[in-house]
Design a protein around this ligand. Structure first.
Ligand code: KG4
Ligand code: ZN
Length: 414
């Protein structure tokens, strides 16, 4: 059994010496050795400092997360140097908590896996430099992780899903459709040409002042829109789904945000409300925005399924569509996706909400997948850099557009 016998303070910037002290704080008590491979995963690509220890069979032995959401909500968005400072202040504590909960000593780890792309440069830098010091001192292999690949593969930890499968990643920072053919074999079918749907929801919610709404004050923008939409009439405003004439799998949400903005301005005038007050039509606006978003996402996803089926890239029956990311926890959007999967004979799978959002488990699990496949396991980390921008897999979105698949109109009775 392994016991952690010291509490480590929170250091503003972990130095080499501090990491030595931290590693020295573990006491090894010989007991039952771990039979499986064990990976420590570290995630700092955006505004969550997260770590987890996962074994080869998908058991999550320990995890910890520090969210910066509250701080960034106050400033109305992420300020990268603030995110960097908070990652620095918390990373050691979070790694220690994950290791401590797992009862695994650092020496028993098979490898350390860390997100190195894509993400905020300053945030990625903290996780990478911390991990490289740890790897150097422990003499363990290092597995660099692509954040989006990790999101996409998470479903294989919770469900028995074989390659290939389709994945839709929708969150505050991501919006893409991809075919997952292997651990590091992805085809990008489409992505948002502007902002992500969660970002759009957050902006509309902020414009509607939903933080001041007694029922929504603690909710994220997207969650507040979903909550309020239940009380509204989606037909009250006639919003058109974006990009209806573009027969590809790309997305766009900034037009929808602008239209919502105009409606809100108009309603404020009509109702004589000051900016900052909640409109009487807020629920109707939320319902219309959510419905239009759901229809847009469903239609692009429908085309992606048809494209893959036509090209023989997915099994004709029982193909799997995975939806993940914060926005995928929206039940209205899930129902829209279920309409698509039912007409295309696919199965919709979503990881549990805690694994849909950014976390350390998905990074550790991607490390396990890579270790098992023998892909991208480094024994020499010289020259390794983080990459703020990095596409997912091979981009075939142009080919998808050229196929110009006409998608049958579905009744979106949700
Ligand atoms: O995956 P996530 O936690 O973080 C990243 O963006 O990486 O997603 C957060 C986003 C936010 O924009 C939030 O407003 C949105 O997901 N979100 C939702 C819901 N819950 C969270 N959007 C729609 N409906 C929800 N229920
Ligand atoms: Zn993410």
């Amino acid at each position: 059994m392994l016991i952690l016998n010291k509490t480590v303070r929170v250091f503003s910037k972990p130095s080499k010496r501090k990491i030595y002290e931290f590693l020295g704080s573990f006491t090894f008590h010989p007991g039952k050795p771990f039979l499986h491979k064990l990976v420590l995963g570290i995630e700092t690509s955006c505004d969550d400092t997260a770590a987890a220890v996962v074994d080869e069979t998908g058991n999550v032995l320990g995890e910890a997360i520090h969210s910066q959401t509250e701080v960034h909500l106050k400033t109305g968005g992420i300020i990268p140097p603030v995110a960097q400072r908070l990652h620095r202040e918390n990373i050691q504590q979070i790694v220690q908590e994950a290791l401590c909960a797992s009862r695994v000593s650092p020496s028993e780890l098979s490898a350390i896996a860390t997100t190195i792309k894509p993400g905020l440069a300053l945030s990625l830098g903290v996780g990478l430099s911390y991990s490289l010091q740890l790897v150097d001192q422990l003499k363990k292999p290092f597995i660099p992780i692509h954040h989006m690949e990790a999101h996409a593969l998470t479903i294989r930890l919770t469900n028995n899903v074989e390659f290939p499968f389709l994945v839709l990643l929708i969150s505050g920072g991501h919006c893409l459709l991809a075919l997952v053919q292997g651990v590091s074999d992805f085809l990008l079918l489409g992505k948002s040409l502007d902002i992500a749907p969660g970002d759009m929801f957050d902006k509309v919610a902020r414009r509607l002042c939903l933080r001041k709404h007694p029922e929504c004050s603690t909710m994220s923008g997207g969650k507040a829109i979903e909550h309020l939409a239940k009380q509204g009439n989606k037909l009250h405003f006639d919003l058109k789904p974006p990009m209806q004439h573009a027969r590809n799998c790309d997305f766009s949400f900034s037009g929808l945000q602008n239209v919502a903005d105009k409606i809100i301005k108009q309603k404020e005038k009509e109702e004589g409300t000051e900016t900052g007050q909640i409109l009487s039509s807020a629920a109707d606006i939320a319902a219309a925005v959510q419905h239009t978003t759901a229809c847009h996402i469903a239609r692009r996803t429908h085309r992606a399924v048809l494209f893959c089926q036509q090209r023989g890239l997915l099994p004709q029956t029982n193909a799997v569509l995975v939806a993940s990311g914060g926005v995928a926890s929206n039940l209205y959007i899930r129902k829209a996706l279920e309409i698509v999967t039912s007409v295309t004979q696919c199965t919709l799978l979503c990881p549990p909400p805690r694994l849909c959002t950014d976390n350390g488990v998905m990074i550790a699990w991607n490390g396990i997948e890579r270790l098992r496949a023998g892909l991208g396991v480094l024994h020499n980390t010289e020259g390794i850099r983080y990459e703020p921008k990095c596409p997912l897999g091979v981009d075939i979105s142009k080919e998808v557009g050229e196929a110009a698949i006409k998608v049958p109109r579905l009744k979106m009775k949700i």
